[in-house]
Design a protein around this ligand. Structure first.
Ligand code: NAD
Ligand code: TDX
Length: 332
């Protein structure tokens, strides 16, 4: 797996260790600002989780990891993932998301891996009007440098299938939420700010819509796609929970018992996509995927988790988590 120390990746590593206890998960992660090895502290000493700090763009390293660890399948999650950062500095997004993915695909081809699961995003489809939902055949119209770089990696993966017969499956999911999400993303940012009585910055008019997916439901879908997806196919994954940002922010305030006066409308994100909605019929029909969480229950549990784990996000906001690798891991 790549990117196993990020939000979705760390949830997925733990999910795989529970659901497929016979597997060894080799986790290649660069530990950028978004990579937090503390997310995996409960796996310390687990011989079936092998962490390797490294860049997917480092060809020699990737080839070495593939051969030394006998990699059978790749779940590719490593990416620069935050839209606002891609607007401030797109270059890293091209380096990791495009070039890094290409190098990983090349090494996977050379190694002859049995399957390459490319974790893509619904943002490849661009923005929707007030009705309708993205299907796997919707046109690809990415808006931000982030989504353009993800579209490139998504298409590169499909091209490696088409041209080189690499066994590739692509998944495109909607906005994930859950525990261990870096507090630059909407839900954890709003919870942490609310707990500090700090303003909650809502972009534009707050009427942009996102379709929320619980990270555990996403992990379940990724394992199904890995094991049962058809090579060369794309699967949309969505939680069927469309919410306007402002509704969601108000719900969070209600859950933490803080006043709506904390909401502050701020300048809109440039090129801000108005609405995302996923049609997940294909993965439901073909792979039998059904999400287990309703959004109301999942959001309440998630907010509770942040409220109950101030040490986790305080170490993230203070930057202390960045030292974990040196103090806990390197010394072992
Ligand atoms: P994240 O930013 O929390 O984690 C990304 C991880 O990748 C980090 O651990 C980071 O250290 C690692 N990484 C970054 N550059 C690397 C490199 N060059 N080499 C090795 N590791 C590197 O991201 P996330 O939210 O967990 O998203 C995981 C994947 O899912 C991404 O590919 C993202 O595009 C996709 N996705 C996320 C969402 C979402 O809502 N979070 C939705 C759709 C798709
Ligand atoms: O402070 C904020 N205020 C605000 O109004 C932030 C951080 C966000 N927003 C809005 C922008 C979006 O409409 O909330 C919505 C969600 O924003 P993000 O959490 O930044 O997510 P988004 O831009 O939708 O992208 C996410 O989903 C698709 C992930 O970050 C991507 O990695 C994924 O591909």
């Amino acid at each position: 797996m790549t990117g196993g120390c990020g939000f979705i990746g760390s949830n997925l590593v733990k999910y795989l260790r529970r659901e497929r206890p016979g597997w060894t998960v080799v986790n290649l992660d660069k530990l950028t600002y978004a990579g937090n090895l503390e997310n995996l502290s409960e796996l310390e000493g687990d011989p079936q989780h092998v962490f390797i700090r490294g860049d997917i763009g480092n060809r020699e390293l990737v080839e070495h990891v593939m051969s030394v660890h006998g990699i059978d399948a790749v779940m590719h999650l490593a990416a620069e993932s935050h839209v606002d950062r891609s607007i401030l500095g797109p270059e890293e997004f091209v380096a990791t998301n495009v070039l890094g993915t290409q190098r990983l695909l090349e090494a996977s081809r050379a190694r002859g891996v049995q399957r390459f699961l490319m974790v893509s995003t619904d943002e490849v489809y661009g923005s929707l009007g007030p009705t309708g939902a993205f299907t796997e055949s919707s046109p690809l119209q990415p808006s931000s440098p982030y989504s353009a770089s993800k579209t490139s990696s998504d298409l590169l993966a499909l091209a490696y299938h088409h041209t080189f017969k690499l066994d590739v499956v692509v998944t495109r999911c909607s906005n994930n939420y859950g525990r261990y999400q870096f507090p630059e993303k909407l839900i954890p940012l709003m919870v942490v700010n609310a707990l500090h009585d700090k303003p909650l910055p809502v972009y534009g008019d707050g009427a942009n819509v996102r379709d929320w997916l619980h990270v555990e439901d996403h992990c379940q879908a990724l394992l199904l796609a890995l094991e049962k997806g058809r090579a060369g196919e794309v699967y949309n994954i969505g939680g069927g929970a469309e919410r306007r940002n402002i509704e969601l922010v108000k719900a969070i305030l209600g859950l933490v018992g803080k006043p709506e006066s904390l909401i502050q409308y701020v300048k809109d994100r440039p090129g801000h996509d108005r609405r995302y909605a996923i049609d997940p019929s294909k993965i439901r029909a073909e792979l039998g995927w059904t999400p287990a969480h309703t959004f109301e229950q999942g959001l309440a549990e998630t907010v509770r988790w942040y409220v109950d784990h101030p040490a986790w996000w305080q170490r993230v906001t203070s930057g202390a988590y960045l030292q974990y690798f040196d103090t806990q891991y390197r010394t072992r």
